[in-house]
Design a binder for this molecule. Sequence first.
Ligand SMILES: Nc1ncnc2c1ncn2[C@@H]1O[C@H](COP(=O)(O)OP(=O)(O)OP(=O)(O)O)[C@@H](O)[C@H]1O
Length: 760
Amino acid sequence: MADDGMLLNFELPSDAFASTKSFRGGGWKDRHTAKKSFQYGRKKAQERAVGSMPRFDEVRSEDEGLILPNPRPAKRPRIEDAEGLQSTYRPSAGINRSGQATTIHGSSKTPKDGVISSLFSFNPQSAPSYPKPAMEAEEIVQPSNAPLEDELANFTSLGLSPTLAAHLLRKLGIKAPTAIQRKAIEQLCAAHADAFIQAETGSGKTLAYLLPIVERLMQLSKQMKTAGTGLNRESGLFAIVLSPTRELSKQISAVLESLLACCHWIVSGTVIGDHIDNTEVLDVSKVRWLVLDEGDRLMELGFEKDIQKIVGVLNLRRKKVVDSSLADLPERRCTVLCSATLKGNVEQLKHTTLKDAASIAVDEDMSTADASSENKAAAFSAPAQLKQSYVLVPSKQRLVTLVATLRQAFKRKGSVAKCVVFISCADSVDFHFDLLTQQSLTAGEGAAAEPKDDATPTQQSIPKHSNKIAQGNSISETRTHGLATAISSDQNQVQLFRLHGSLQQSTRTSTLMAFTKCTDPSVIVCTDVASRGLDLPNIDLVIEYDPPFSKDDHLHRVGRTARAGRDGRAMIFLAPGCEEGYVDILKDCGPRNITRHGADEMLKKGFSPSIGVVGDKDWQEAATTWQLDIERWALAHPKHLEQARRAFQSHVRAYATHVAAERSIFDMGQLHFGHLAKAFALRDKPGSIRVPGQRPGQNEGRKSNDARKASAGRAAAGSTKRGRADDDFEDQTPTDKEAGRRRTQAKLKSMGGASEFNLG
Ligand SMILES: Nc1ncnc2c1ncn2[C@@H]1O[C@H](COP(=O)(O)OP(=O)(O)OP(=O)(O)O)[C@@H](O)[C@H]1O
C-alpha cells in the first residue's frame, strides 16, 4: 500500500498472528515453557513478516514498485529530552526523527497512553542548501492592479456614456479605470469582435467585460427610444456570462445589478444548471455577447464539453433579427474569454470558442499573438504591492505557530480586519474551526483530567468521565461561525468562519455573506473553494497554512488580498528541509522580496506574556501549555478525537496530491507522521490513525449536490474530469496532471478505508 513513496496505514489483520494453540498435559511449568517457546517462535515469524514489508523510512518507486532506502535516519527510541521543555504532565516518549539519544520514561515499549512529545526538541533544522536570503532594503512598489492615476484615463474617454461614468463615480465610488479596464473597454466598445482578457487577480476584470456590454445595451436602448420603441424585458436575452461556480455567478450578478441601477429597464438574472436544454422559455436566439469568466477554472472543472455544447446551441438558435426595432443589434455574437492564467487548457478553450480574437492584456508582450506559451505562463504573477513571506515551521509546531501568528496579527484592534487561512481539505477545516472556537481553553476551565497512564490510545478516545469541555463543546456540523476564542484577546474579539465544498450550498452562501458583512475582525478557515475569483472585501492577510497544490493555486489564493491597488500580506507555512525549495517558486510569482520568518519568532510574538521581561522559557512554556491543553481537549471527547484523526488522515492524503513537478518539494517520504500528528492535537502513533467511513455531514452536502445534479439533468458520471459531475467547485485541486492525480486518489481511497478524499 504505497504511493508516492508513502506507506500509510499498513496494518496487519488483528488475527494475523493470533495464537490458536493450547497447551495441555504435563505440569504447569512444562505448559508455561512450551507456551513461551511458542510465543518466541511466533515473535520471530512476526519480525520476519514485518521485515519483508516496506517501512515508513523506505520509499517505493511509483512506477516500478521498487523499495529504495530513504536517506532519512531510522527512528530510535527517545531517552532524554535535554533541549526542549519536557511535558510536566506525564512520562513521555516520542518519535525521534533526528536519531538523537533519548530516554524512555517508564518503559521501553510503545507507551500505552499515547505519545506526548515536546514541542521544542528534535525538530528538523533548515536545510543548509536553502540559506537565509539576504535582507534587502524594502522597495517602494507601485501597485500593479490599481486604478490609473493618469488624468486622461477616465471612463468617458474610453467610450462610456457620461451617464454610466457618473453612475460609477457616484454610486460605486469608481473614479478611474484600472489598466486592464482601460484596454478592454476601449476595445470592446469600439469593435464587436471576440476578445481574450488576461490580467492578474484583483485587477477588475469583471467590470472590464461588463461595462462595454452595459454601455452597448444602453446605446441600443437609446436608439430604440428614438425610433419610438424601447428596450424592455420582452425584448429578449442579449448577453450571457458563464462562470464556474454559484458563488461567482452571484458575485457577478451583484456587480451587474449595481451597474444596471442607472438603467433599470435593462434587467439581469441568475440561472444555475443546464437551462439551455431544459428551459423552453429561455430564448437564446438574440444573444450577442457570451462571456466565459475564470476560463482556467471552467476548464479545470471539466466544463469544456458543456461550453462547446452551449456555444453550439447558441450558434444553432441564433436568428437574424427581423424585428426592425432591434436593427442595431450586432449581426454576430461576440465571445469574451477571461482568465487570470494562460495555461495550456485556456489556450485550448480559446481555440474552441473564439474567432479572430483580440488579446487584451496589461503587459504588451502578452497581448501579441506570437508571445510564447512559456512567456505567457510566466506572466501570471502576484500583485506587485503584495508583501509575501514564508515561515519555516517544524511539523510539531504547526498548530501553535498558526495560533501565535493569528494572535499576533489581531493583537491590536484595527491592525488586521480580515484574514483568510487556506487549509488543504474539508476535514482539516472542520477540525481547526472547532479547535479555534472552543470555549474551554481561554476560560481555563479545565482541561480534562489526564487519562490514566494505563489507558490505551483507543480507550482514551472514549473517556469514562464526561467533563465541562465535552459538554460545553458539542460539535455542530452546521455551525460555520463562532468566536475565535483561541486567538481573541480582551481588546480584540475575533470572529471565525469556515467554508468548504462539502457544506450545503445554502450554508456556503450564507457563510460567505456573513463573513463579507462582518464588521468585527474576522478569520475564515477554508479550502481552495474560496481561492478563485471571490472578491472578499478588506482582506489584509492570507495565510497558506497548508501549501497550495500548484503555483497557480498559490497565486489565486494570495490574490484574495492586495486587490485593486490595496495593500495586502500573504504568508505561507513551509517545513524546514525540502519544502524550502518552494521559496524559488514563490520568487517566480512576484517581483517583490520575500521575507523569511522562523517559527520561534512567531511563537515568541504570539505566546509572550504582555507585560514584563520575556525569557525564552516564558513563551515556550505558554506554547507548550496551550498545546497540551488542546491535546487534552481532543482526548476529552470521542468526537473531537475522531475529528482530529480524520483531519490528520485527510491532510496526509491531500499532501500526496501535489502536482508532479512539485513532488520533490512536497515529498511524502520526508513527512514525519508522528510530528505531524501533534499538529492535529494527537498523541496517537501515526500508524494507528485510521478513521473509516464518511465525515459527519458528508451525506448532507452530497445529497444536496446530487439533487442539484439530478435537477440539472446532468449525467452523474463522466462529465467532469474530476469524476464528480458537479457544476461547482467541490474539489479544488488542479488538473494539470489529472490522470495521475485520479490514480493517486483511487489508490489512497483503497488504502485508507475512508469513503472519499474530502478535499472540498
Ligand atoms: N476601476 C476601479 N477602481 C476601483 N476599484 C475597482 C475598479 N475596478 C474594480 N474595482 C474593485 O476591485 C475589486 C476586484 O475586482 P474583480 O473581482 O473584478 O477582480 P478580478 O480581476 O476579476 O480578480 P480575480 O482574478 O481574483 O477574480 C472589486 O472589489 C472591484 O469593486
